[in-house]
Design a protein around this ligand. Structure first.
Ligand code: 9MR
Length: 378
């Protein structure tokens, strides 16, 4: 049994009694009851919370999250479609619970997200007769949305993913409805609006495949231009939906360095490591992509073989070594979910597979990868 696993088990058993013995060295070690505590001098460790966890008030999951993480992101409940299915219809239930939970546990609360091409009702882009809305009218809608959403949680949300995924993998603008109707300055406008509504929130541009050189260069160029124009952007989110085989940590490092170099903070916003056979060469997080299910594409239904588990642990270790090396540039490392049972990767890009991308297993127990990450901080 590794030292970290022993420390973990011992901590779970004796933390409560030892916490009172403040100056005792053993008590100090036992205070580190979750991975967040092991990394507290480096960066925050976060997770995404699902809508069902919030609405069901899933105490098992919420207890685990409170013990292990000190930053939270709503996996879906603040996106346009779920929170505002129709123009005048808002559903605040899950989002309010999310913010309350974060406040109660003193967490760094991330809002996700204000402007995205996905999970947005198509009527947002239509006028009353069903035609395409004008640029001015869409600008007003964007303003209204940001004012209501960021305004409701003003002073409570520490960071906003203001714009999500505006850039294609080939290093060009994504031709979203936002882009087509408002032009490329929809991004700068969204940041200015968010800053006006909540001047203390840290504002982030968030994207995936940021390790791809052409995409990285494009994003760096965009942010540099924004900074020059005084657009209030303070951070860039690297989603880090990675695979067990790639991309290389060298490319991840180049992105961290390039962003730090232009004066923005780096946030790892949606980390997970896909262990299943890859069925594509397409962007890893393009949510519209789907493939057919076949048994060969779902090889680990009965459990993850030891050697794959070891490979996963090693992959996480290599990735975290790079984050630690650049801890001065990184504010937060957020996992995209807590347990393997709830990951979006069980259904993407093929529905109904059994994936193992996170730190906790389907029974809510820490996996060997979790202990490997504690070992890095021994
Ligand atoms: O994890 C989210 C999943 O439950 C949703 O069905 C999906 C659809 O939009 O969005 C997932 O989260 C995405 C995140 O909001 C933005 N980056 C990519 C994430 C994975 O698709």
């Amino acid at each position: 049994m590794s030292i970290s696993r022993r420390v973990f088990l011992r901590n779970a058993a004796i933390a409560s009694t030892l916490l009172t013995i403040k100056n005792n060295a053993i008590a100090k070690a036992a205070e580190r009851t979750g991975i967040k505590d092991f990394y507290k001098d480096d960066f925050r460790i976060g997770t995404a919370i699902s809508t069902s966890t919030l609405l069901k008030n899933d105490e098992h999951m919420l207890g685990l999250i409170a013990r292990e993480f000190d930053a939270i992101t709503p996996e879906n409940c603040m996106k346009w479609e779920p929170i505002r299915p129709h123009d005048k219809e808002w559903d605040w239930a899950a989002a309010d619970k999310f913010v309350e939970f974060g406040q109660k546990n003193n967490m760094y609360i991330v809002g996700h997200n204000l402007v995205w091409h996905s999970q947005v009702p198509k009527e947002v882009f239509q006028n009353e007769s069903g035609g395409t809305i004008t640029k001015d009218a869409l600008t007003i809608k964007m303003q209204d949305h940001i004012a209501k959403l960021a305004g409701r949680y003003k002073g409570k949300i520490h960071a906003w993913d203001v714009v999500n995924e505006a850039v294609e993998d080939n290093g060009s603008w994504r031709k979203s409805q936002w882009y087509k109707i408002m032009g490329e300055d929809f991004i700068a406008k969204a940041f200015r609006m968010a800053h006006e509504v909540d001047p203390t929130a840290h504002l982030i541009y968030n994207d995936y495949n940021t390790e791809t050189p052409v995409k990285r260069d494009f994003i760096v160029g965009m942010v540099k231009k924004f900074k020059k124009q005084g657009v209030p952007i303070q951070g860039v989110g690297l989603q880090e939906h990675l695979s067990i085989d790639g991309p290389s940590v060298g490319e991840i490092e180049k992105t961290i360095l390039a962003l730090a170099n232009i004066g923005v903070r780096v946030h790892v916003t949606e980390l997970d490591v896909d262990v299943l056979p890859s069925v594509w060469n397409l962007p890893t997080a393009e949510v519209s992509t789907r493939f057919d299910y076949t048994p060969e594409r779902d090889p680990y239904i009965q459990g993850l073989p030891k050697q794959v588990e070891e490979k996963l642990a090693k992959r996480y270790e290599d990735i975290f070594k790079i984050y630690l090396k650049h801890r001065d540039k990184i504010d937060r490392v957020t996992l995209w979910g807590t347990t393997d049972g709830e990951t979006w990767l069980n259904d993407f890009p093929i529905k109904g597979r059994t994936n193992y991308p996170l730190l906790f297993d389907r029974g809510f127990q820490p996996k060997s990868v979790y202990f490997r990450l504690l070992d890095l901080k021994k």
